[in-house]
Ligand binder design. Structure first.
Ligand code: ATP
Ligand SMILES: Nc1nc2c(ncn2[C@@H]2O[C@H](COP(=O)(O)O)[C@@H](O)[C@H]2O)c(=O)[nH]1
Length: 204
């Protein structure tokens, strides 16, 4: 039986620390995940590199990708499009590698509908005031955009119960450890189920 990779979806409100936690996970020497680089129409922030942080696209280019069915999911988030390239995800999973998506909540729900066997993790802030503090301290958005992201965050937090796991990002290292454990446990669970089916097939 060809074992497929896991699709791991890390989601949560803007500013909770998804990118920070994801970078910490990928900086581990023994990381076994492949990061799916998203497409966006947002302008690059200082230091962001096309093809590393995102594939930066114009609105026209992005809409063409939607038309061509090239996105596993996409969402318009506070004025910009964001989306996941479907071919990369499909090929990587079929090659038995785990793919890691770091996406907002609308997109995560679309992935859930298309790919319910994925592993869905919601990264939660210790409090709304801490979330605001993180967005302000990051200093990459205007006050108006921060306000928009915080308004969206309230609705996103209400959806956290739709996830398989909720991880509070109090300390980065705690969140990383919890996510590593969740993925490891999921692999063990799937392996056990697979072994049971292999045995069943041998008997029948
Ligand atoms: N556990 C933490 N404790 C304190 N600060 C944190 C923690 N995790 C992340 N931060 C800080 O919070 C800010 C937002 O983090 P980050 O950019 O990773 O969030 P995000 O969820 O990826 O945001 P977005 O969805 O807008 O891309 C950054 O300045 C980061 O350094
Ligand atoms: N639905 C998707 N959301 C995505 C994707 N890539 C990133 N994101 C999320 O968008 C917001 C804003 O990101 P920012 O870089 O402008 O701060 C954040 O929640 C990201 O996680 C994607 O492919 N699809």
């Amino acid at each position: 039986m060809n074992e497929k990779g896991l699709l791991i979806v890390l989601s949560g409100p803007s500013g909770v620390g998804k990118g920070t936690v994801r970078k910490a996970i990928f900086s581990q020497e023994d990381t076994k995940f492949e990061y799916s680089i998203s497409m966006t129409t947002r302008k690059p922030r200082e230091g962001e590199v096309d093809g590393i942080d995102y594939f930066f696209k114009s609105r026209e280019e992005f809409e063409a990708l939607i038309e061509q069915g090239k996105l596993l999911e996409y969402a318009e988030f506070v004025g910009n499009y964001y989306g996941t390239p479907v071919d990369y995800v499909r090929e990587t999973i079929n090659n038995g590698r785990d793919v890691f998506l770091e996406i907002e909540v609308q997109g995560a729900q679309q992935v859930r509908d298309k790919f319910p066997e994925g592993l869905f993790i919601f990264l939660a802030p210790p409090s709304l005031s801490e979330l605001q503090n993180r967005l302000v301290t990051r200093g990459t958005e205007t006050n108006e955009v921060i306000q928009g992201r915080l308004n969206t965050a309230r609705k996103e937090i209400e959806m956290m119960n739709l996830y398989d796991y909720i991880v509070e990002n109090d300390k980065i290292e705690n969140a990383v450890e919890k996510i590593n454990s969740i993925v490891q446990a999921e692999h063990c669970k799937r392996e056990r189920v697979q072994q049971r089916y292999i045995k069943m097939l041998e008997v029948e």
